[in-house]
Design a binder for this molecule. Structure first.
Ligand code: NDP
Ligand code: GDR
Length: 329
């Protein structure tokens, strides 16, 4: 029997790498969109880390280029399409608002249009975000909570989200949107706060650094593990009816408390090392996010499996191992 085929945009990102691994283990024929880079050996570092590089088929393409996307989808004819590609760093979206709108917002519209034309029977997943809730007024955010985006990134994601809903309702596409809360792993980009902290703690522990400069320590996030969250993406596309789902742990923790967990893990005090630096503050902040994933639990049978303490430990141990390897090189 022919393997089920999936195409992933953003395959070199954190989620793309974990989703590739998950789908390969399920026997999928996995294809990924790769934007051209001058340093080709670095772009698939995450795929190598998970041992999936070489097991997936990569296609040159960019979310800003509809004609290229059409060609890739026509050639691949996937049964499932996961649109994970984005300019995903919220802070950069104030420096590059138009690029973020083009890649994160319009890029999703390009993918929807390319699917509608080239492979309309394919099931489509859009990587929506809890950032769309922004200045929320409900203590726990669910699929029915009103949106109030607080950054160019969140506004672009909201456009992509509504385009997904509209393509589902107007053209009958099997298009689902996962409103995912923050999820992390050892493969998280170093600019995001969790990885910046675990890398910083590992550097301090090994005597390579003495301080860690951060921005707003009071922001609270609902942090889960990327490995758990890619399973929810897949489950959404296995349903007969497409829909939107919140994916979250249901526990919120401040940046300060995440830091404490991380420093405690290696036997250090955060107060001795953390300084705040206005450079890392944002023009507008999302103060608290806390997800209500009851719908995903009831309809998909999905629950977050990894405790925050275990996630922090896994990230620090990976950073310590990487830094020790580099010291020996
Ligand atoms: P990453 O930033 O790790 O990965 C983003 C991916 O998008 C990379 O593969 C990147 O390629 C690719 N990309 C960027 N620009 C383009 C472009 N113009 N054309 C094609 N590909 C492009 O993000 P994550 O893996 O963390 O997140 C996956 C998706 O989920 C993103 O859309 C993100 O916004 C969203 N999301 C993430 C959450 C999280 O907590 N991680 C929560 C909610 C939503 P390259 O390697 O070349 O840079
Ligand atoms: P976020 O993640 O903006 O929630 O978006 P990030 O880790 O960047 O910030 C989380 C919170 O930490 C505060 N913070 C800092 N953030 C960074 N990056 N660096 C710092 O030094 C720092 N100090 C404090 C921030 O102000 C913020 O409140 C992530 C991305 O993956 C998005 O793509 C995704 O959609 C959302 O999660 C859900």
């Amino acid at each position: 029997m022919q393997a089920r085929r999936a195409l992933i945009t953003g395959v070199t990102g954190q989620d793309g790498a974990y989703l590739s691994k998950f789908l390969l283990e399920k026997g999928y024929d996995v294809h990924g969109l790769l934007r051209r880079s001058a340093s080709a050996d670095v772009v698939d570092a995450r795929l190598k880390w998970l041992g999936v590089a070489g097991k997936i088929t990569l296609h040159d393409g960019n979310l800003t280029d509809l004609s290229g996307l059409l060609r890739v989808l026509q050639d691949v004819q996937p049964a499932e399409v996961y649109n994970l590609g984005a300019q995903s760093f919220v802070k950069s979206s104030w420096q590059q608002p138009l690029l973020t709108s083009t890649v994160t917002g319009l890029g999703a519209a390009h993918m929807l249009e390319a699917v509608r034309i080239a492979c309309p029977k394919a099931r489509f997943y859009q990587a929506s975000s809890s950032e769309m809730f922004g200045l929320i007024q409900e203590p726990r955010q669910s699929e029915t909570t009103p949106f109030y985006p607080r950054s160019p990134y969140a506004a672009a994601k909201l456009y992509a989200h509504w385009m997904t809903v509209n393509y589902r309702e107007s053209f009958g596409l099997h298009a689902s949107s996962g409103i995912l809360f923050n999820h992390e792993s050892p493969l998280r980009g170093i600019e995001f706060v969790t990885r910046k902290i675990t890398d910083g703690v590992a550097q301090i522990k090994l005597g390579l650094e003495t301080t860690l400069a951060l921005g707003n320590l009071d922001a609270k996030r609902d942090w889960g593990h990327a490995r758990d969250y890619v399973k929810a993406m897949w489950l959404m596309l296995q349903q007969d009816t497409p829909d939107d789902y919140v994916v979250a742990t249901g526990r919120t923790v401040s940046v300060r408390d995440f830091c404490k967990l991380a420093f405690n893990h290696v036997g250090l005090n955060m107060e001795d090392h953390v300084v705040t630096d206005p450079r890392y503050m944002r023009p507008a902040e999302v103060d608290v996010l806390l997800g209500n994933a009851d719908k995903a639990r009831d309809r998909l049978g999905w629950v977050a499996e990894t405790r925050l303490e275990d996630l922090v430990a896994e990230m620090i141990e990976a950073d310590l191992a990487r830094l020790k390897r580099h010291q020996h090189l």
